[in-house]
Design a protein around this ligand. Structure first.
Ligand SMILES: Cc1cc2nc3c(=O)[nH]c(=O)nc-3n(C[C@H](O)[C@H](O)[C@H](O)COP(=O)(O)OP(=O)(O)OC[C@H]3O[C@@H](n4cnc5c(N)ncnc54)[C@H](O)[C@@H]3O)c2cc1C
Length: 264
């Protein structure tokens, strides 16, 4: 079947066009591969709306247009807390094309930036203006619609946010798993902990057991060891060509512990 590409000047027009069963094209790192493999057919919709590539301060955070690339985030001085995350996505060619919006929809084993956004408690604006927590979007990806922008709260200080990616091939390999942790401290106690995992489920998700082990405590070796021991409780890691579910369960705690020790 022939593929037609429609370019729309506004997000609103693109969203209406998508409503009738087309595929949205962000940076294309996944869509173009699927198209070349014959997996995407029919209509492909893209938008040249300038709002898609804007990065602007907003309250305590920053709003990032869904079409902003990993390379643009890596070059932005106000987004230093995300630099280690986006620099871990693919190689330079991929980072020049891959968008933050596309990362929310990238299937396992992808989604490193989506995991970081989950830990940070980001909110997602859908074309038309509705806002949803990023965890809702990650749970319901097939029905979300066109993402316009992502609001990212800024961590209180550099020690409050950390990221760790585990891959077999360095530096450009896909994640065997990755972790992002938000550890806000109040009077020495951890309050509002969020631990996000990529590669331990069908989409980036939080580890409620690890969060419970850390919440209200102090960040010390004993608390970290408990969180590491519990991290996969209630999760159902997949088996794939990269690793078995058993292996993922065995090593997840080791890598979460290394991440948290780096945030002491
Ligand atoms: C060689 C290679 C290495 C990679 N390495 C990594 C890695 O290390 N870590 C990682 O996380 N990912 C990796 N990826 C996956 C991918 O590059 C990223 O996840 C990227 O962020 C996807 O964004 P995109 O704009 O290219 O998405 P596209 O390919 O354009 O789209 C992907 C999906 O998202 C949907 N989509 C895109 N934008 C929107 C939007 N605004 N609203 C609604 N739906 C939208 C599309 O319809 C499609 O279903 C890699 C890919 C390749 C090819």
């Amino acid at each position: 079947m022939a593929v037609t590409v429609e370019s729309h000047a506004t997000l609103g027009e693109a969203a209406r066009a998508l409503g009738s069963g087309a595929t949205y094209l962000g940076g294309g790192t996944i869509v173009m591969r699927d198209l070349n493999a014959g997996l995407v057919q029919g209509r492909v919709v893209r938008s040249t709306d300038p709002a898609l590539t804007q990065i602007r301060p907003m309250g305590d955070g920053i709003e990032i247009g869904a079409g902003v690339t990993m390379a643009a985030i890596a070059a932005h001085p106000d987004l230093g807390f995300l630099h280690p995350v986006v620099r871990a996505v693919g190689g330079p060619q991929v980072r020049n094309m891959a968008t933050i919006g596309g990362n929310l929809f990238a299937a396992h084993p992808y989604g490193d930036l989506a995991g970081a956004l989950l830990a940070l408690g980001a909110r997602v604006t859908i074309a038309g203006g509705m806002q949803r927590p990023v965890e809702d979007v990650l749970r319901d990806r097939a029905r979300v619609g066109l993402v316009a922008a992502i609001q990212v709260p800024r961590p209180r200080d550099a020690r409050a946010f950390g990221f760790r990616k585990v891959s077999r091939v360095k530096p450009k390999g896909v994640s065997l798993m990755s972790f992002a942790a938000l550890l806000p401290r109040e009077g020495g106690r951890l309050r509002g902990v969020r631990i996000a995992c990529v590669g331990l489920g069908p989409a980036p998700l939080r580890s409620p057991a690890a969060e419970r082990a850390l919440e209200g405590g102090t960040l010390d070796a004993a608390t970290i060891a408990r969180a590491a021991q519990l991290v996969t409780d209630g999760l159902d890691p997949p088996t794939d060509a990269l690793a078995s579910a058993w292996y993922r369960r065995e090593v997840a705690g080791v890598h979460l512990r290394r991440l948290l020790e780096g945030m002491l």
